[in-house]
Write a protein that binds this ligand. Structure first.
Ligand code: CP
Length: 310
């Protein structure tokens, strides 16, 4: 297996080659097996310290990066805005320089500003892993999504994947669009009118007029929540009930897709809004919690490849 990875940082999916993504996914698949064995811990990152710096809320990404680091033998320090000297007026870039000067071995960063991890990569010396930056990218989410799809469907090539919901504010949609196109998947999008992405031409995505049209014959459906934390004042409020009726996924609408369609969601899910609770919990279709399992394996692979370079 080719193990080399020629990047110092993991900042986005757009800048990766298909072969580089395959290297990550192959290693992640092996870690997925390790994670189901009795002896899960390895010594790959023994003696290393990783700074988990989350300046936006997170459950899955922060926890799974921490579990991934610990499974590889590293230690983790968790860092947020509320308990740091940022509260005393220190700039975030100075705070990062402080942590960097203490010789940590890697940074995992989530920040609301598009491009912050790339900017940070100019002023720290250790590898940076982007854990989600604004509406720009969430590379490890797209990687774990790809791993989950491959486990169920064998390959991404020609797979009909429908991404539906608030595309405009979704970094998950952007990272998935970049990844799936590199693998020649057949990618379709549906966004409610207020969430149609302004960069759909740049993304080269096919937008449908309705959810039903987008999911017709789909192998994979990925539902996205409304990113309330990023909405501008121009977006008219809509009740959960009205949103669900017009744009949500339920078992009835699912009949449009293939019989063996898998239903995905990066979570957090808003049950009864973009997806019914019954569908989220339906073992015949939903792989939502398997995505979270694959998140740990994927982040182990990314940390291994970035932090074990000569
Ligand atoms: N999918 C995802 O990024 O979830 P969190 O916001 O909980 O990390």
């Amino acid at each position: 297996m080719v193990r080399s990875f020629p990047h110092k940082h993991l900042l986005d999916i757009e800048g990766l080659l298909k072969e580089e993504i395959e290297t990550i996914l192959d290693l992640a698949a092996r870690y997925a097996q390790t994670n189901r064995s009795i002896q899960k811990k390895t010594s790959t990152l023994d003696g290393k310290i990783i700074a988990n710096m989350f300046f936006e809320d997170s459950t899955r990404t922060r926890t799974s990066f921490e579990i991934a680091a610990k499974r590889l033998g590293a230690e983790v320090i968790n860092f947020g805005a509320t308990s740091s000297s940022i509260n005393k007026g220190e700039t975030l870039s100075d705070t990062m320089r402080v942590i960097d000067s203490m010789q940590v071995d890697g940074f995992v960063i989530r920040h609301k500003e598009n491009g912050f991890p790339r900017r940070a990569s100019k002023f720290v010396s250790s590898p940076i892993l982007n854990a989600g930056d604004g509406s720009h990218e969430h590379p490890t989410q797209a990687l774990l999504d790809a791993l989950t799809m491959i486990r169920h469907k064998g390959s991404l090539k020609g797979l009909k994947v429908a991404l539906c919901g608030d595309i405009e504010h979704s970094r998950v949609a952007r990272s998935n669009a970049h990844l799936l196109k590199k693998f020649d998947a057949d990618v379709h999008f549906f966004a409610p009118p207020m969430f149609v992405p302004k960069d759909s031409n740049a993304l080269g995505i096919e937008l449908h007029a309705s959810l039903e049209e987008a999911i017709e014959g789909a192998d994979v459906i990925m539902m996205l929540r409304i990113q309330n934390e990023r909405l501008g004042e121009d977006v008219e409020p809509i009740s959960n009930k009205a949103y669900h009726k017009a744009y949500g996924l339920n078992h009835e609408k699912l009949k449009k897709a293939k019989d063996d369609v898998i239903v995905m969601h990066p979570a957090p899910m808003n049950r009864g809004v973009e997806i019914t609770s019954a569908l989220a919990d339906d073992p015949a279709h939903s792989v939502v919690f398997e995505q979270m399992e694959m998140g740990v394996a994927t982040r182990m692979a990314c940390l291994d490849l970035l932090l074990c370079q000569d």
